[in-house]
Design a protein around this ligand. Structure first.
Ligand SMILES: Cc1cc2nc3c(=O)[nH]c(=O)nc-3n(C[C@H](O)[C@H](O)[C@H](O)COP(=O)(O)OP(=O)(O)OC[C@H]3O[C@@H](n4cnc5c(N)ncnc54)[C@H](O)[C@@H]3O)c2cc1C
Length: 410
């Protein structure tokens, strides 16, 4: 990839509509959040000729705690969106075909079903561009504060950075705000944020990008280090930087005194005497971002109105070890679009759309989430993981098969 290509895909994405014009328009669908879930939903709904507004509180490109690995499902969903690896925008993707596991001072390298690596600074704007090209109106740097369904649609209160609050109206609202989404929904019975179910022992995400010379990395290979406090993935990005993304117990961060110290301890424990993959000084110097607790479940539909839907991380997530979140988000976006729009290109009645999305969402994700919860439970036993890594070094074919079962690609 030339530097020019990178700069073109990484240049800021300006709004395509002003705040004043947004308030004056009537919308079929407003989507909150322009990560993969929101931008993919916007693309498909705009392609169906609906009037779609995509809002995000951030400006893009923006940093995001993420391992940046695209599963085969993610690659396939991106291809369906018109973002195949061969086209210009997506050419920044690198193929990913190996994982090097490190635990208890042991290491093993396994082959993976071919996926890809792409930084979120290039992936997310590429999908938003696709949405804009399909006809979506794009309004960044605007935070949605609350939503109130009524008999005809949903009233949405939003505020631009440093600007006044304004009320927008839409027939349907899609909440794709990710793990940290906290849109207040106002029902006749009172105001509340959605009820999130979380397991008692939950990890938080930590992430950063490091300069390319911070460690010895190989393109196309994911390094996954597992220790008692959690696990940490490292991968070389398309521009040579190293992406670090970890799932760590909050108690370990508190005990270590800082996220950087917790990550350094985690890597040192996993590596043992195998040698440092990343310089601890680079981690100490980095700006480390954190997420809320990772694993949760939140209802995909507001049952009182059937007019507000959740998609992507906003409706459920299970720890990132198997690197499937982006694929899930893109897949759910397609299920939601197919549930919302009828053959005639019109929005289906709320109850019909809600029933279809609820059923298809459950069918698609219940088993995937169960599998990932099983993997998460196994990872809580570092001795077991270290033994598995030792066995994997001896029997790589068998271990590769287990890895495919764990990632749902067998
Ligand atoms: C440590 C870690 C590692 C991971 N590694 C991988 C990996 O390797 N591969 C993989 O596939 N997945 C991985 N994931 C998961 C992946 O990052 C998510 O599943 C994916 O980003 C979900 O996309 P989304 O669109 O639902 O949410 P997001 O990408 O989080 O986007 C949500 C957007 O909503 C916006 N927003 C939120 N609230 C509001 C509001 N009120 N108003 C306006 N805008 C709002 C935010 O600014 C944000 O841009 C990882 C996650 C973590 C934490």
């Amino acid at each position: 990839m030339t530097c020019d290509t990178f700069l073109r895909v990484a240049t800021p994405l300006p709004a395509t509509i002003t705040a004043a014009d947004v308030a004056g328009a009537t919308w079929d669908v407003i989507i909150i959040g322009a990560g993969p879930a929101g931008a993919a939903t916007a693309t498909q709904l705009a392609e169906a000729n609906l009037r779609v507004l995509l809002i995000d509180r951030d400006r893009f490109p923006r940093p995001k705690v993420c391992g940046c690995c695209l599963s085969p499902l993610a690659v396939d969903e991106l291809r369906r969106l018109g973002l195949a690896a061969e086209d210009t925008i997506s050419a920044v993707r690198l193929p990913l075909n190996h994982v090097q596991l490190i635990a208890g001072g042991r290491t093993a390298c396994l082959s993976l079903p071919v996926g890809a690596v792409q930084s979120r600074e290039t992936l997310d704007p590429a999908i938003i561009r696709q949405a804009i090209a399909a006809g979506t109106a794009w309004l960044p740097e605007t935070r949605v504060l609350s939503a109130r369904p009524n008999s005809t649609g949903v009233e949405v209160v939003a505020a631009a950075a440093g600007g006044q609050e304004q009320t927008l109206t839409t027939q349907r609202l899609i909440i794709a705000g990710g793990l940290a989404e906290a849109v207040r929904t106002i029902a006749p019975t009172g105001s509340r944020t959605a009820l999130r179910r979380r397991p008692p022992y939950n990890l938080i995400g930590l992430g950063t990008t490091l300069p390319g010379d911070s460690g010895s990395m190989q393109a196309g290979r994911l390094i996954m280090a597992v220790a008692r406090a959690g696990y940490c993935g490292l991968v070389q990005l398309e521009d040579g930087r190293i992406d670090l993304a970890a799932a760590v117990a909050p108690t370990a961060v508190a005990a270590a005194g800082s996220p950087a110290a917790a990550l350094t301890h985690l890597l040192a424990e996993a590596e043992g005497a195998t040698g440092r993959v990343i310089s601890p000084a680079a981690i100490t110097a980095a700006t480390i971002r954190a997420t809320p607790p990772l694993t949760h479940q939140t209802a995909p539909i507001d049952p009182a109105s059937n007019l507000m839907y959740r998609v992507g991380d906003a409706t459920g997530y299970v720890e990132p070890f198997t690197g499937e979140g982006i694929g899930w988000a893109l897949h759910a976006a397609r299920l939601l679009t197919e549930s919302l729009v009828g053959r005639d290109g019109q929005l289906l009645p709320p109850a019909t759309a809600a029933a279809s999305y609820r059923q298809r969402h459950r069918q698609s994700f219940a088993q995937r989430h169960r599998r990932c919860r099983g993997v998460a439970i196994a990872l809580r036993h570092p001795l077991l993981v270290a033994a598995a890594v030792r066995a994997a070094a001896w029997f790589p074919d068998l271990a590769g098969r287990v890895a495919r079962l764990c990632t749902g690609t067998e």
